[in-house]
Design a protein around this ligand. Structure first.
Ligand code: G4P
Length: 530
């Protein structure tokens, strides 16, 4: 980081991040408060209210509501202080982990929200591991301190031990549950006091000159003050102090304590992302590394979302701009098709409303409405052939065959399935023998969502049925060997939506057999999407 040249100010002030958490820890509430303080919404409750309105639009959304999960990820931008924040939402439910994984390839940092009473939960751990694969810097927010929570040291220990990361307290809670008063800001020597009367009010901040400042006693009752002094002293002795470099390398996480619902600790967390970063990062391509300060625009699609607006029936490709200064109307080079593409109506996502983006900089996320030309992994540049790496497609863990209940609709079903495959919502395999399709997903809930969306968006009722296959592998390798495998194992062979050869398996034994019998062939559980 320190060896990198200074970025143009517009890029240097961008902060692009995602929030990861176990469902119910408070991600939605925290997002809402970010948007509130960022001026993107006028009052709390708006995101949820908009969410409700959106949900009632379709059964698919109703499904989302019934299950209490957020199925689709979206991006939101807002200004706060001198920074421009780009927040990319991730689905919390594990059945949509692939979507989350790809979203995390498009951000520079993540906020990990944990519930102060529950600590590190299963989904927190899984998402954390994904962040670690990329060494993403992580900021931790310990939420719900207004409720009975665990001891502060216990929470910190749990994170350190469970996630093998150093934890540096950025703030220290004073009291807990009903007694929770606020926090001592360990980085700036300030006292932040929570306002219980107004949930949307930012805490009162009192500058003090350390823990011996007599001013403290004016605000904190004696018993809590004594405990605070003791604990902070211990923390300073036993816990690491915040080290920005270590944080940027993904080895250390600063932790703030707060209560999102009471808007407490949220501002400090936002300031933390602004102050400590990271700035937009360098991204890798098969050809070379792309740095944000490069003059030319380059970016990649990390998510495609269909039918965000039922009136338009369009698809929006979410693009992470990696470098340059993009202006509306600019012609970009679509690397996969080798064709130019005029981006005349890019959108920025300001809370729940879309707004036309007149310009965007390296670090930003823009949405490009299109009719299916843009797929996950696609690169857009000013002419250079670049293939961004690290955007994988995973082998599905569950397979089912699908058919239209009305056999006349078979052709339409194919079109619908291909579109979902391109959107990354499922894997679709066309078997070499026979008719019909096999759909593969990572989590069972995805089948329900698909069935519901195919019916709603394409008017085709479908039935999913058990398949004899349990997993799939992409076939690569020596041409002659691959041909031999295909010809001798037609009942296992299928083609994905890109036309790539896929070997459908029933047991691990099937895979072992291929490896043993077909030298020069590799079976892969992931495929780079580019
Ligand atoms: P999620 O997106 O991570 O799933 O969590 P969400 O924000 O929806 O919050 C889950 C529940 O926790 C919500 O309650 C929310 O109000 C509550 N919550 C969030 N932050 C805090 C906090 O700081 N303190 C306390 N005490 N509760 C908090 P709910 O009853 O499920 O929903 P609602 O009826 O409040 O909307």
């Amino acid at each position: 980081m320190s060896n990198r040249p200074a970025l143009p100010p517009e890029i240097a002030r961008r902060r692009t991040f995602a929030i990861i958490s176990h469902p119910d820890a408070g991600k939605t509430t925290l997002t809402e408060k970010f948007l509130l303080f960022g001026g993107a919404i006028q009052m709390a409750g708006q995101v949820r209210a908009k969410g409700e309105a959106r949900r009632t639009r379709s059964d698919f959304m109703k499904l989302e509501q019934d299950r209490g999960i957020s199925v689709s990820a979206s991006a939101m931008s807002f200004e706060y202080g001198t920074y421009r924040y780009n927040l990319v939402d991730t689905p919390g439910h594990s059945d949509f982990s692939e979507d989350t994984y790809r979203t995390l390839t498009a951000v520079d940092a993540a906020i990990m929200v944990i519930d102060g009473a529950k600590g590190v939960e299963s989904q927190t751990r899984k998402l954390f591991e994904v962040c670690r694969l990329r060494d993403l810097p992580i900021l931790t927010f310990c939420n719900k301190m207004d409720r009975e929570s665990r001891e502060t040291f216990e929470i910190i220990d749990e994170i350190q031990e469970n996630l093998a990361i150093d934890v540096a307290p950025a703030s220290w809670p004073i009291g807990v549950g009903r007694e929770f008063l606020g926090c001592y800001d360990m980085l700036h020597d300030r006292l932040e006091l929570m306002d219980r009367a107004d949930r949307n009010k930012v805490a009162e901040s009192i500058k003090i000159s350390g823990l011996d400042d007599p001013k403290l006693a004016e605000h904190v009752p004696a018993d809590l003050l004594e405990k605070l002094r003791e604990e902070v002293e211990m923390a300073r002795e036993l816990l690491p102090t915040f080290d920005r470099q270590s944080f940027l390398e993904g080895h250390m996480t600063p932790i703030w304590f707060g209560s999102a619902i009471n808007s407490f600790g949220v501002k400090e967390l936002m300031d933390g992302i602004g102050e400590f970063g990271p700035e937009p990062e360098v991204f890798h391509t098969a050809e070379r590394d792309v740095a944000p300060e490069e003059k030319k625009v380059a970016g990649f699609v990390f998510k495609v979302q269909a039918n965000m607006d039922p009136k338009h029936r369009d698809r929006v490709a979410f693009v992470r701009l990696v470098s340059g200064h993009f202006e509306r109307g600019q012609k970009l080079f679509h690397v996969r098709s080798k064709k130019p593409m005029a981006v005349s109506n890019p959108v920025l996502f300001l809370a729940a409303d879309r707004e036309l983006a007149e310009e965007a900089w390296g670090g930003d996320i823009i949405g490009i409405p299109n009719h299916g030309q843009l797929r996950i992994g696609d690169a857009l540049t000013e002419g250079e052939t670049l293939r961004f790496t690290g955007i994988p497609s995973f082998a599905p863990e569950l397979l089912q065959s699908v058919r239209a209940t009305d056999p006349m609709k078979g052709k339409h079903l194919e079109k619908a399935l291909m579109q979902f495959a391109e959107e990354g919502a499922a894997k679709v395999f066309k078997p070499a023998i026979g008719s019909g399709f096999i759909v593969g997903v990572v989590g069972a809930l995805q089948f329900d969502v698909l069935a519901s969306r195919i019916e709603l968006e394409y008017g085709i009722p479908v039935r999913f049925e058990p398949s004899q296959f349990t997993s799939a592998r992409w076939v690569q390798g020596d041409k002659v060997a691959v041909e031999k495998l295909v010809n001798a194992n037609k009942q296992h062979i299928s083609y994905d939506h890109d036309g790539d050869i896929v070997f459908l398996t029933r047991l691990q034994w099937d895979i072992d057999r291929v490896v043993r019998d077909y030298e020069g062939v590799t079976l892969s559980a992931t495929k780079e999407m580019m």
